[in-house]
Design a protein around this ligand. Structure first.
Ligand code: GTP
Ligand code: PEP
Length: 207
């Protein structure tokens, strides 16, 4: 019987997160509250789709942001503070709190469809595996092998780093799982795929 995959989703403090998206929120540039709301919306749409995916068990968000923690907890989402700063540190900390089969999911996938994530989990089939972002250089999902350390290698060039770590690259066409949003252009592409409801409300469509 295949085990459920528990997921760690990290989110930076809202005043520092998604700096390349400043100005994309409905309030435009200079509206820090609107930017924070957009980051929360991206995370909520990602986490909601992830939590509803077949094959996914628990989801834990690692963040040291008090406002984000309050909002996510209202939605019934488990949050824990960072033990130390840094993205891979956040993944390792979250993984240490979960079961024996753990994955790492980026929090900026606002077009994520549960079916794409389920298909990736099923295709990995218990092997250490990853899904590259749309550009092919970054990573949106890393799945650890059951009982093995997650060993996250996120950051610039993480697709190659995960390949080098022995993770199998999952190459199927799952556009919603590959569409991380770093820039306003990425958001427009995600909008073409179909944004989750919170992000749709917050994104100031400039076109
Ligand atoms: N908890 C935690 N999450 C992080 C950290 N660094 C990045 N993340 C999260 O990891 C995901 C991918 O990071 P990036 O795409 O680089 O996002 P970002 O750093 O917020 O965006 P930029 O400021 O534009 O570089 C996002 O969901 C971030 O919130 C960190 O130090 N701690
Ligand atoms: C940290 C990463 O994300 P991004 O490219 O979105 O910064 C990554 O892909 O490893």
């Amino acid at each position: 019987m295949r085990s459920y995959l528990d997921l760690v989703v990290p989110v930076k403090r809202l005043d520092r997160a998604k700096s390349r998206l400043v100005g994309a929120a409905d309030g435009g540039i200079g509206d820090r509250a609107a930017h924070a709301d957009l980051v929360v919306a991206l995370a909520l749409d990602t986490i909601t789709a992830a939590a509803n995916a077949d094959g996914v068990g628990d989801v834990v968000v690692v963040t040291s942001d008090a406002m984000l923690t309050a909002v996510l907890r209202t939605e019934g989402i488990r949050c824990v503070p960072e033990a130390e700063p840094g993205l891979n540190e956040a993944y390792r900390h979250g993984a240490s709190l979960l079961g024996r089969h753990v994955g790492a999911l980026q929090a900026d996938l606002p077009a994520l469809r549960s079916a794409d994530l389920s298909a990736a989990v099923a295709t990995a089939d218990g092997r250490r595996a990853f899904v590259a972002d749309r550009q092919g250089t970054g990573t949106t999902l890393l799945i650890g092998a059951p009982g093995e350390p997650l060993d996250p290698r996120f950051g610039v060039g993480s697709a190659e780093a995960h390949r080098a770590s022995g993770a199998i690259e999952l190459t199927e066409d799952w556009p919603s799982l590959r569409c991380d949003v770093d820039t306003e252009a990425d958001l427009a592409i995600a909008a073409g795929l179909g944004l989750g409801p919170r992000t749709r409300q917050r994104f100031r469509l400039s076109a």
